[in-house]
Design a protein around this ligand. Structure first.
Ligand SMILES: Cc1ncc(COP(=O)(O)O)c(C=O)c1O
Length: 403
């Protein structure tokens, strides 16, 4: 067994982060850790300027409206951001279109809108390869459809959705298009204007290379999201109600400035490496992983016959072994970190027919993995498969008989 941990759980959070990110966060916290936008002394202005610069940078990175960077608002993570966007857009009687590929960060707020606010929702299944068909979205649109919401990349099966095509359909029908970029921001190029994305939700702690506790929304100029929370903004303190203007409309209280600093350093690192290069490198490892796993008797892979339009996330099961047990053996016997179970996205497993059997084992390759990590994962699964066959053989030779 390897002494070092082989981390293949990058879909949960990318780890480690670049050294430059750790260093920038540490420096920032020590030298500029004051409250931005609240006071007039130099350091507070400097901290505020990092906040503004990072808004601008991320707006450009996502292809948002560069003349309105205040519409890039920060929250805690993508879940928090979606919990601003979804209730901020839905009115009673609205229809929402989403998909079976979604994370609970979409499913639950949407279901709450249905249960608590009189909305209705349609869940579109994915096809056999793991993609949502744009025509299925088109067919589901009704006169009262308020928005289409889906993820750009699946956190379970790794498929990258045809966002551009779906965005075009939404624009043709004047339906707002919301995209959850948790799995793709930082590994797949995104351009809101070109892809007709109206609202983009992001999280900092994955491939954007930032810390936990930072995420947000980028909202195009033509979209109005109602403010759903209120509190201090640092400006116009005498106003009894929350400010209408962005960014304050969707920001409350002291921002996570260490998180903002992490995103700023993450942007530097991504600029240096190039998003496409990172994806290419991760996919080369994912291909090796899939090819290796495919050779192992009893392994079933999901939605990765082709790795076109795919992230480096691979879902598998081993015949006759509970996925949770596979995960424990990978961890305890091989020092390999994966994630098993339903991955906060139960409808994916339900559609694949593996919800009742406890989902699957997810390997997710990140920017800091190497070929030897992948080799170790393949060897480990082969060992577990061998153990499982042995166990079966022994059970057949010595069946347990009841007295
Ligand atoms: C597609 C998708 N959406 C939403 C989330 C939630 O992310 P966070 O916990 O950062 O809010 C995740 C996290 O794994 C995800 O993969």
């Amino acid at each position: 067994m390897e002494d070092r941990l082989i981390y293949l759980d990058n879909a949960a959070t990318v780890w480690p982060k670049p050294e430059s990110v750790y260093k920038f966060m540490d420096d920032f916290f020590r030298t500029m850790g004051v409250n931005p936008g609240r006071s007039g002394y130099d350091l507070a202005i400097e901290a505020g300027s990092l906040l503004d610069r990072t808004r601008k940078r991320l707006t450009k990175f996502f292809g948002g409206d560069e003349d309105a960077p205040e519409r890039l608002v920060f929250g805690y993570n993508v879940t928090d951001a979606l919990n601003l966007a979804i209730p901020g857009l839905v009115q009673p009687g609205d229809h929402i279109i989403t998909t079976n590929l979604e994370h609970n960060s979409v499913i639950r707020p949407v279901n709450h809108m249905v249960r608590d606010r009189g909305a209705e929702a349609t869940y579109i299944p994915f096809d056999a390869a793991g993609f949502v068909e744009p025509d299925a979205i088109r067919a589901a649109i009704k006169p009262n459809t308020r928005f289409v919401i889906l993820n750009h990349g699946s956190n379970v099966i790794g498929t990258i959705q045809p966002i551009r095509e779906i965005g075009t359909i939404c624009r043709e029908h004047n339906v707002t298009f919301i995209v959850d970029t948790a799995q793709t921001a930082g590994v797949v190029p995104i351009n809101m204007k070109e892809m007709n994305i109206d609202v983009l939700a992001f999280t900092g702690h994955k491939a954007l290379m930032g810390s936990m506790g930072i995420g947000g929304l980028c909202v195009r100029k033509h979209v109005e999201i109602r403010q759903v929370r209120s509190g201090g903004t640092g400006v116009r303190s005498a106003d009894p109600y929350h400010l209408e203007e962005y960014p304050w409309r969707l920001e409350y209280g002291t921002p996570n400035m260490i998180g903002v600093a992490s995103l700023s350093a993450g942007q530097d690192w991504l600029d240096e490496r190039g998003v496409e290069n990172i994806h290419r490198q991760e996919m080369a490892l994912a291909k090796k992983l899939v090819e290796g796993l495919r050779q192992i008797e009893g392994v079933r892979l999901y939605c990765c016959d082709s790795l076109e339009n795919h992230l480096s996330t691979v879902l598998m099961n081993l015949r006759g072994v509970d996925p949770g047990d596979v995960g424990v053996m990978l961890d305890v016997d091989h020092n390999i970190a994966t994630r098993t179970g339903l991955h906060c996205a139960p409808l994916v497993h339900r559609q694949l027919g593996i919800e009742a059997t406890h989902g699957g084992v997810r390997f997710s390759v990140g920017a800091f993995n190497t070929e030897s990590d992948v080799d170790a994962a393949i060897t480990a699964v082969a060992d577990i498969a061998q153990w499982s066959r042995e166990r079966k053989r022994k059970a057949e030779q010595h069946p347990v008989t009841s007295r």
